[in-house]
Design a protein around this ligand. Sequence first.
Ligand code: NAD
Length: 375
Amino acid sequence: MTEQTSSVAGSRSYSVAVLGGDGIGPEVVQAAVKVSQHCASKYGFTLHMRPALVGGAAYDAVGTPLPAETLSTCRECDAVLLGAVGGPKYDTLPPALRPEVGALLPLRKELGLFANLRPARLFPALASASALRADIVGAGLDLLVVRELTGGIYFGSPKGRSADGLSAVDTCTYSRTEIERILHVGFRAAAQRSRRLCSVDKANVLESSRFWREICNEVAAQYPDVALTHMLVDNCAMQLVRDPRQFDVIVTENMFGDILSDEASMLTGSLGMLPSASLGEASSAGGRGTFGMYEPVHGSAPDIAGKGIANPLATIISAAMLLRHSLGEDRAAEDIERAVAEVLDAGLRTADIAAAGASSVGTDAMCEAVIARLS
Ligand code: NAD
């Protein structure tokens, strides 16, 4: 991909690092870039798209999955749009050179992306794809899991095996600062949606969870319009399949969020439809949004790469999240989300979301259909 700018004279101007990655990554990212640029000219802002290498593609080109140049391009931009990384060709490389370990984790760490937003939205037109019965998911399901991404048991120390090899340890540790900043992300998200926030912990057993709950009750005082509830993680896992519509925004720590966001996303049934955002600290620069990295939940799908049949909607919806959270272009974001819903209502399907035996369209046709429905 070459650098692309959709320019409107005298307009608001943003730069986005575009990391296609491997497999279907470049295909779905190209579709999302096309939709975003269309929105830019429609809503009067300028998007400067800056492509950079990542994952196996970067390893093949320069011998490392995350070149320093890619990291500095990301740092110079307002946001990052990522496709997917990885593939069988790279599975036997040493961990540091593997796309997921050597590129995704360091990208999140280096860019300070501590808040992972995983919306799970079941479009009414795709209700039959849900793993749950229609009477449980209803006419549509729309919830958001806010997961802490850079702390907790995945990063705490000590971590490892004992010298005699007879025991192992992982440590769940959280500072007040880490807890407060993710809770603020959760409260702000809830304030912009239905004003209901469910904080998930294991306060009946874990000290770190009791600390979390205490701080959560303190932070809640700053958001009097948001109704806060607390739920134990085991109950939450059960309630998500018993009555998922009781939830709007869930905020939780790293490991609980890892598990619950995967569970919630499967309620929508379709990997090709799921976006995600990983956000850093809110910007204090006037009016600017929060720096973030936006990517579909799915992987590089090597089985269908290069065939032109990948579903681009997860990446297109990720681009809508980018416009909203990092660029503050809410109207453009809403327009994309509405256009996607309309395309699905009209019956258009890529192969992964088509009913057995029904006809389907390819990546380009789906992208063009979304563009055609932008207001
Ligand atoms: P995957 O998500 O790539 O694919 C799982 C199945 O879903 C495949 O059959 C695939 O064809 C299908 N699929 C996925 N996305 C699709 C889309 N947009 N349209 C149509 N069909 C789609 O998971 P996997 O096969 O377990 O992993 C493949 C590679 O991707 C591995 O190397 C894995 O490590 C990597 N991976 C990367 C990320 C990431 O970059 N964030 C996430 C998950 C997996």
